[in-house]
Design a protein around this ligand. Structure first.
Ligand SMILES: [Zn+2]
Length: 376
């Protein structure tokens, strides 16, 4: 029981200590900016992904459009062939029908003639029995009858053969037409398939384009959020707190005793980029003590550029800023008044800093001023 209580107390102490040191509970402006930038980067990656998707979908749209057009052209050619074939078949079938009619007519007239002959021969035979003229007449009539029969039979056979030829031709043409119809059905199926694929690709393309637009909007919104966060910080840095004491003038206390000035305020080139340096950089080892330049009221903030930072409002619109600290000094918190030469923090390299140094900056009514003007 006792041990458990001790552990809890120790844990509580650790949390208090961490809270004092890092203000871990709430999101600092630096953390906020980092989060916003990470979110923006994620959006950018998503936009890139959407662009790739859109490009792929666009390729598919082009591919299926080409395929569909190709199949449609093939179908058009095939349709012409089918029409031609159908016309031929209709012609042949008409010929078959005509020939069939001819065969029927010839057969009918042959039958009629044969019937007539039979009647005549019957009557002639009767005439012979009743005492007809002569046997030679009978014979002549028989030959005549036979000749007619042969001629008619041959005619009918020829007509039938011709009709069968035409029927065979019609069957061949029908088979050809059937094959063309089958090909056409295949092409139509392919065309339908391509049309469906094209529709899908188009849907994918519009979805990717919509996502890309949404991403661009989200990116712009995040950009505005970041700009607002930066503005918020700049306003904080420039603003002299209202409850600050009146700056009475007099020389600044040098915040890093024993360490001389480094890079001064003004334009400089950092990593090939021209930028305005708002303060003075004083190199010093990690943990070197930093002291207040003048009496003032504390405001603390962390920033992605300045890192762990203290701003002192001295009144009269004058503020001093101490950036890239490794930690705030004990008791340094928002609204706390400090005296000139009081310990406020320790040298570090938090934020955008290359090597351990103190960034020491002064602003008068929001505009940077050279701290050397206040050193006396
Ligand atoms: Zn600096």
């Amino acid at each position: 029981m006792y041990k458990k209580g001790m552990r809890r107390a120790a844990a509580l102490l650790a949390v208090c200590w961490l809270g004092l040191l890092f203000r871990a509970a709430a999101e600092t402006p630096a953390e906020k900016l980092e989060r916003l930038r990470a979110e923006q980067q994620a959006i950018e990656q998503q936009i890139e992904q959407n662009r790739t998707d859109a490009a792929r979908a666009g390729d598919l749209v082009n591919l299926y459009t080409a395929k569909e057009q190709n199949v449609k052209a093939q179908i058009a050619v095939l349709q012409l062939k089918i029409q031609e074939c159908e016309a031929q078949l209709a012609g042949t079938q008409a010929q078959v029908a005509a020939k069939l009619l001819e065969v029927d007519r010839s057969t009918q007239s042959f039958e009629a003639r044969m019937k007539g002959m039979y009647e005549m021969s019957r009557q002639s035979g009767l005439a012979v029995l009743l005492g007809a003229d002569s046997l030679s007449e009978m014979l002549t009539f028989g030959e005549y009858l036979q000749r007619i029969a042969v001629r008619d039979t041959r005619l009918i056979a020829e007509l039938t053969a011709r009709r069968e030829e035409l029927a065979a031709l019609a069957a061949r043409q029908q088979a050809e037409l059937d094959a063309l119809d089958a090909s056409n059905a295949e092409l139509e199926a392919a065309a339908n398939e391509y049309a469906a694929a094209l529709q899908q690709a188009n849907a994918r393309l519009s979805a990717a384009q919509a996502a890309e637009q949404a991403g661009a909007a989200a990116f712009a919104a995040k950009e505005q959020e970041i700009a607002a966060a930066e503005r918020e910080y700049a306003e904080w840095a420039a603003q002299s707190d209202n409850d600050a004491p009146e700056y009475t003038g007099g020389a600044f206390y040098w915040p890093l005793p024993g360490y001389s000035t480094g890079s001064p305020m003004g334009w400089r080139t950092l990593n090939g980029v021209q930028e305005f340096h708002r303060g003075m950089d004083i190199p010093a080892p990690l943990g070197t003590k930093i002291y207040a330049a003048a009496d003032g009221v504390v405001s603390t903030k962390a920033h992605y550029t300045y890192g762990t930072c203290v701003k002192l409002s001295h009144g009269g619109g004058l503020v001093t800023i101490y950036a890239h600290m490794s930690a705030w000094a004990e008791g340094i918190a928002d609204g706390v008044p400090v005296k000139q030469g009081q310990l406020i923090g320790y040298v570090g390299r938090t934020g955008r800093a290359y090597g351990y140094h103190l960034h020491f900056e002064a602003n008068l009514n929001g505009a940077p001023v050279d701290v050397r003007d206040y050193l006396g």
